[in-house]
Design a protein around this ligand. Structure first.
Ligand code: MD3
Ligand code: FE
Length: 203
């Protein structure tokens, strides 16, 4: 079966030097907005993925639900700004005439996973989600807009960019596993994923 319409996979979009610059920017923003383990709504069970955000809004989850908010749930501080290279990436690939408002930073230790889900907390569904992978490779799973649709498995490698627009925007997806030892970009085994999102509908 074909990938959903609106799925664009830009393999090797960022070269090694650009990836290293992005990692440095992520380390600086994590110093200001520490990674934490969000809890799932209702159950309060913590995700294995560690998260933080940059931008005017950030995605958070706790026992009361999922939402976007302007401050870090642990420190209470505003999220740090989105690094310029990521704003430039959005301008280049998003095909949407307004900037992203949130960049979710996911940190996967080698044993972390992300179950199949849909990104549906953004009011602006006409804008794509733009993803950047850094560090160890991930086995990524992409389905359709129904949980019962068939899924495909793909490898996401450091430097890859994925644009999820159109019919792919509301597709089910998740991360089955991390492949430790597949990259030397980071000083520790694991993977960083950055997702740029437009949250609000522009006036
Ligand atoms: C397909 N992140 O943060 S990135 C997420 O690798 C998330 O950390 C994964 O799913 C990760 O929500 C996957 C690629 C991605 C991002 C958003 C999508 C694929 C998507 C939205 C719709 C369909
Ligand atoms: Fe997602």
């Amino acid at each position: 079966h074909p990938p959903p319409d609106g799925f664009r996979y830009l393999a090797g979009h960022f070269d090694r030097a650009q990836q290293a610059a992005l990692v440095a920017a992520v380390r600086a923003l994590v110093a200001a907005a520490p990674l934490y383990r969000p809890a799932m709504p209702r159950t309060g069970q913590k995700l294995s993925v560690r998260m933080t955000n940059c931008g005017p809004l950030g995605w958070v989850s706790d026992v009361t639900g999922y939402r976007y908010q302007p401050t870090h749930p642990v420190t209470g501080a505003p999220w740090p700004p989105i690094p310029l290279p990521l704003l430039e990436l959005w301008a280049e690939v998003a095909d949407f005439p307004h900037p992203p408002e949130a960049c979710l930073v996911n940190w996967y230790a080698p044993d972390a996973r992300l179950g199949l889900h849909v990104d549906a907390d953004e009011g602006e569904k006409r804008a794509p989600v733009v993803s950047v992978s850094l560090g160890d490779s991930a086995v990524f799973r992409l389905g359709g807009t129904s949980r019962r649709d068939p899924t495909r498995s793909m490898r996401l490698v450091s430097g890859d960019v994925v644009v999820l627009g159109g019919g792919a925007r509301l597709a089910y997806h998740g991360v089955d596993r991390i492949l430790p030892g597949t990259s030397t970009l980071l000083r520790e085994p694991g993977r960083i994923n950055l997702t740029l999102r437009r949250v609000t509908v522009p006036a």
